[in-house]
Design a protein around this ligand. Structure first.
Ligand SMILES: Cc1ncc(C[n+]2csc(CCOP(=O)(O)OP(=O)(O)O)c2C)c(N)n1
Ligand SMILES: [Mg+2]
Length: 323
């Protein structure tokens, strides 16, 4: 990894982490309503994958704030969306679980567990027919990998050699259900080994995530069919703001905190003399300012107009959709 890349990774992961910590605070103050699923601890997956998969289409589940920011969404517009404001990325009508920006090829997130996987496969099919090789990136959790939609998606993507990366974020839990209670094995890439190349990586290491997604991207771009990555990672917070996470031991949380993606990247960069110490201090200050700006932007933004309530529900260009 070169110095510029490491700096970019650190900046984006730190921005994601501070964004989430502040979103949590604003939620507790009552400024954010509805669901809020935090990505704290899993930033390496979001940043490493989005920096490798720069083109193409992205379909994600509801834990997607950091992915959206790493993809290029303005943190101000993401925070405004969480606040339910008109200047939000989805005009304040989507909220935390529905950050959407077609210009960035970002069609997330989906609140139905596994529900976006067949949609992502359909998009990959369309891209293949169009002769567009950038393909699709679909990210989902360990819980989603037990759904029927998952197995159907894997099957048809493999049979039709579709250009899609399936990225499984294995944080071991589906709300309070540990993966070992509902799957015969916890190394989930075993589910798809007969369908496509399937690997398991350390999702707490941003460089490893980046390199593996680059490998997968080259594979699908060459028309070889789908590719599967399972990344082991961990969320430090509960499933959402309404979950205290009491089903996990403090000891387990501490084990994963010792593998923290941000702290470990910093340590490694310093020990290998890749980045000077002052960069981290400057970046931390810069990030704090950006977060302050995002919150004040969201606070001062306007409420969506009631007259727009029924807009943006159906695709006007689609002839087969009646609106
Ligand atoms: C079809 C469906 N079933 C159940 C739920 C309720 N639900 C929301 S999130 C979730 C857990 C999903 O866990 P996982 O796929 O591991 O993703 P993570 O939250 O860990 O990122 C469940 C069961 C839902 N939203 N959709
Ligand atoms: Mg999970």
């Amino acid at each position: 990894m070169n110095s510029a890349r490491v700096k970019e990774f650190y900046y984006l992961m730190k921005l994601g982490r501070e964004f989430e910590l502040r979103a949590k605070e604003e939620y507790m103050k009552g400024n954010i309503a509805g669901f809020l699923h935090l990505d704290i601890g899993q930033e390496a997956v979001s940043v490493g994958s989005m920096k490798a998969f720069m083109k193409g289409d992205v379909f994600t589940h509801y834990r997607e704030h950091v992915l959206a920011i790493a993809r290029g969404m303005d943190p101000k517009a993401v925070m405004a969306e969480l606040f339910g404001k008109r200047e939000g990325v989805s005009k304040g009508k989507g909220g935390s679980m529905h950050l959407f920006e077609p210009k960035l090829g970002f069609y997330g997130g989906d609140a139905i567990v596994g529900g976006h996987l067949p949609i992502a496969v359909g998009c990959a099919y369309a891209r293949k027919m169009e002769g567009e090789n950038a393909g699709v990136f679909a990210i989902f959790g360990d819980g989603a990998s037990n759904s029927g939609a998952f197995f159907e998606s894997i099957n048809i993507a493999s049979a039709w050699k579709l250009p899609i990366i399936f990225f499984l974020e294995n944080n071991y839990y589906a709300i309070g259900t540990h993966i070992s209670w509902v799957s015969p094995f916890t190394e989930l890439y075993n589910k798809v080994k007969n369908y496509m190349p399937a690997v398991r990586i350390n999702g707490m290491d941003v460089c490893e995530v980046y390199e593996e997604v680059m490998r997968a991207k080259n594979y699908i771009e060459n028309g070889l069919g789908p590719y599967f990555i399972e990344a082991e990672c961990y969320r430090y917070e509960g499933h959402s703001m309404s979950d205290s996470g009491k089903y996990r031991s403090q000891e387990e949380i501490e084990i994963f905190k010792s593998k923290d993606p941000i702290e470990n990247l910093k340590k490694r960069a310093l020990s290998e003399n890749l980045v000077e110490k002052s960069f981290f201090e400057e970046t931390d200050r810069k990030v704090q300012n950006e977060i302050e700006e995002a919150v004040s932007f969201a606070q001062n933004a306007g409420e969506p107009e009631i007259s727009e309530l029924y807009e943006d529900l159906f695709c006007k260009e689609c002839s087969n959709v009646v609106s």
